[in-house]
Design a protein around this ligand. Structure first.
Ligand SMILES: [Zn+2]
Length: 311
């Protein structure tokens, strides 16, 4: 912001010079002329802020939101330490250094994270809406559900959305052998690399169901984080993991790529419900990946040579 101001100040000085050489604009009665460069810069900066706000107000109105969504704070420089939620551990979780399973990011920022699963509905209006409102979200894709129009998700990725792993065939993983689970997760990693050029480190098991083999398999496929969710938003209601029905800082919210064939409304209808509630409660929408450290960093616990567990 300071750099922006300096640039603006320089621009103002430059325009001040040309103004001196040419005609001066006579201010309306009672107003002081803005001829000091710093004052001009501030005025220009303030009018830019006003313009940016006006754009957000217009976008919120265009998409039928009750209020303008709050802006998220900048991504934390120091990433929070992600631990497995109590009661969500598997046997040997710590000892095998398995990926953490969590529903909330430990943060004081008043943010929640939007995650969208599967990939059945491919609504272009949804892409326009999120772009227009500048709301971040993360996708968890299942190969079988996206492949009839995988380019839709390429557009999403081009707009800065991370495409994460939700297995190839969306099976109930604990019902499969370790090898079967590994195939579901690793094949999706290969698919995402082939189609979108990236191998994510985030994975969410279908239905949120997993066992020890799931986490061992996920780790061996390069997965570092297993985010579940604290709330789920549908087109016509919310569901909560906690009994009190409150949002908390860092909560991960789940929803799905669904349209009129799956529920009574469109993706934009669902996003409206989501944003109206989140904004009314004083929360902004953050980007989940911004709160997760680089898994390529030093291994937690400092054990040398991270080996893939099991094969
Ligand atoms: Zn799913």
């Amino acid at each position: 912001m300071r750099i922006g101001l300096t640039v603006l100040a320089l621009a103002a000085i430059a325009s001040g010079c040309t103004q001196d050489a040419g005609e001066r604009i006579t201010p309306a009665g009672g107003q002081q002329p803005l001829d000091a460069p710093a004052a001009q810069a501030l005025d220009s900066y303030a009018s830019r802020l006003r313009a940016a706000h006006a754009v957000r107000v217009a976008a919120a109105r265009r998409w039928g939101l009750k209020k303008v969504p709050l802006s998220a704070p900048p991504a934390p420089a120091k990433k929070p330490r992600i631990k497995t939620r109590k009661g969500f551990e598997v046997t040997g979780h710590r000892r095998l250094n398995l990926p953490p399973v969590f529903t909330t990011i430990p943060t004081r920022d008043k943010v929640v994270f939007l995650t969208i699963d599967d990939g059945v509905e491919k609504d272009p209006e949804f892409l326009r809406m999120m772009d227009d409102l500048k709301i971040p979200y993360s996708a968890f894709l299942s190969g079988l559900l996206v492949k009839d129009d995988y380019r839709y998700f390429k557009k999403m990725q081009n707009r800065g959305v991370a495409l994460n792993n939700h297995t190839v065939r969306h099976r109930y993983l604990p019902g499969l052998t370790y090898r079967g689970q590994r195939r579901e997760i690793c094949s999706m990693q290969r698919y995402l690399e082939l189609r979108y050029g990236s191998r994510p480190t985030l994975f969410r098991p279908p239905y949120g169901n997993y066992d020890r083999a799931t986490l061992r398999a996920a780790k061996s496929c390069g997965i570092a984080y297993v985010p579940l969710w604290a709330e789920e938003v549908f087109v016509d209601h919310w569901e909560y993991r906690e009994g009190d029905g409150k949002l908390r800082p860092g909560d991960i919210v789940l929803t799905h790529f669904r349209g009129r064939q799956q529920w009574k409304g469109t993706m934009p209808d669902m996003i409206r419900r989501f944003l109206n509630r989140v904004t009314a409660d004083g929360y902004a929408v953050g980007r989940l990946e911004d709160y997760l450290g680089d898994p390529e960093g030093p291994p937690p616990g400092g054990s040398p040579g991270r080996r893939a567990v099991g094969n």
